[in-house]
Every structure is written in C-alpha cells, then in structure tokens.
Ligand binder design. Structure first.
Ligand code: SAM
Length: 248
C-alpha cells in the first residue's frame, strides 16, 4: 500500500455500529488492522458523493454498514480458497458493492470493477485512489461489450460476482461469459432467490452453467453457479438485449 493517510479534504470515516466486528466474525469474516477504518472511509466517500451522484438509497450509517459492507463481505468466505493473484470481476459495481469491501479485506486477490455509468465509474476511480487500493482496476463500459467473443476479458476471471444488477436470467448472461472454465459466478440475491432460480432454469441451460448451491447468509442469499464448459460464443447478446429480452 502507498499513501493511506486521510487527506485534509476527505470526509471523516464512518464508525461501525457496536458489535459489528463480532457479528462479522461469527459468519467467518475476520478483519486485519486498518480494514475497518478503510471501510469507514469508503462509506464516508460514498455518502459524500451520493449528494451529487445517485449511488445509494441507504444513507443512514448503521444501515450502510449492514447493507453495503456486511452484505458485500458475505462473499468473503466463498473467495477464501482462491490463490494469490486470482482475478475477480464485479459486474455492475455501481457505488462499489460488493467489489470495494472485498478488495479492501482481500488484498491478495485482484478485483476488476465493471460499471456502465461514467459518473459511477469516476467515483470508483476516486475510491481506488483515496484508499490506495492497488489490487483494483475500474472498467467503464457494458458487460455485453467487455465479455463479447474475442474480448480479452472473456473467460479471463476466476470468479464473477454481482449484486442488484437484475433478475438471475439477465445477470447470468452478463457474468458467466467472464468466468474461466472451472470458475464460478457468485450472485448476492434476496429472499426471492428460489423463485428466480426456477424462472432462470432455461437461461442457465442455454449458458451451459450449473447451479451448484444457494447459501443463506445473515443479509440474504448467495447463488453459486459453476462453469464447467465454455459459454456459447453468441452470449452475451448485444448491448441491452439481455435485459430487454431475457433468456428463457
Ligand atoms: N452492485 C451495486 C450494488 O449492489 O450496490 C450497484 C447496483 S445498481 C442497482 C446496478 C448497477 O449495474 C448500475 O450502476 C448500472 O449502471 C450497472 N449495470 C447495469 N447493467 C449493466 C451492464 N450491462 N454492464 C455494466 N454495468 C451495468
């Protein structure tokens, strides 16, 4: 890490609610010294930037620690087996969840944060610079373009992750093409995970990806998709098509 000191023009870090670290430890999330302070600085930057750019509807501090930090970190135990330098892509990263909290706590992994909206990508660049996150790259553009056949990003990541980017059939088409054979897609979902899985059975079959489990967490559910064979080259379809006409 290079310069991690707060700069004079930075907002003060937010403090987590009492018992936050203990609650996280109970679900397998351990922090190194400095992690909580960096996460608090990230939330402060997000809430400050939210005044000008719409990044989040959650503006109350304790709620933000739960819904943004803890919810993002529920993926941490599932990434724990990845070796040094493994590559993870957060598709539709928005204000940086789940990618930024994970990158903060897992400096041995490399995270690409892909975001279509220029203003949000600019905010992510600012966070990377302010927190001196040397293990993060911000990509500004659409998943359909970045994962297209012959793109260097296609089948280049060990794991793709996403939260709140759309129904399962849509987000699977936008994430699975990024994953190497033998890799996984991990999707943070809510209480409707089972319904979404039922509705997406045809899409998962078309994308040749297998649902290998659903994990219940303190804040939601994680859908795990295993990629064992290459994604057919016609997926993802052109910009906007996965959302406009979801796979069935
Ligand atoms: N993942 C963040 C979270 O959970 O807070 C942001 C969720 S926000 C509701 C969805 C984000 O996905 C938006 O910022 C949007 O611009 C981005 N997005 C949607 N479709 C995309 C695509 N095809 N490629 C890249 N980004 C996309």
């Amino acid at each position: 890490m290079t310069n991690e000191r707060p700069q004079p023009n930075q907002p003060s870090p937010l403090t987590p609610p009492e018992g936050f670290a203990g609650a996280c430890a109970e679900i397998g999330i351990e922090f190194e010294p400095g992690d909580i302070e960096r996460l608090g600085r990230y939330l402060a930057l997000m809430l400050e930037a939210n005044k000008a750019t719409n990044l989040t509807a959650i503006t109350e501090s304790d709620h933000a620690w739960l819904r943004h930090i803890q919810d993002s970190l529920t993926l941490l135990p599932l990434l724990a087996e990845l070796s040094q330098g493994s590559r993870v892509i957060d598709v539709g990263s928005g204000g940086g969840c789940p990618g930024i909290p994970l990158a903060t706590c897992m400096p041995h992994l490399h995270f690409a944060l892909l975001e279509a909206t220029g203003k949000k990508a600019a905010f992510l660049e600012q966070v990377v610079e302010r927190l001196a996150l040397t293990n993060v790259t911000v990509l500004n553009g659409r998943a359909e373009t970045f994962a297209a056949f012959k793109s260097p990003h296609r089948e280049a990541y060990d794991v793709a992750i996403a939260r709140a980017v759309g129904p399962l059939s849509v987000v699977a088409e936008l994430t699975v093409p990024f994953v190497k054979m033998g890799g996984q897609t991990l999707l943070i979902k809510g209480q409707k995970a089972e319904e979404e899985l039922e509705a997406a059975a045809g899409a998962l079959h078309t994308l040749k990806v297998v649902h290998s489990g659903t994990i219940e967490t303190a804040t939601g559910r994680i859908i795990v998709l295993d990629k064992r064979v290459a994604t057919p080259r016609t997926y993802p379809r052109r910009n906007g098509e996965p959302k406009r006409v979801p796979l069935r």
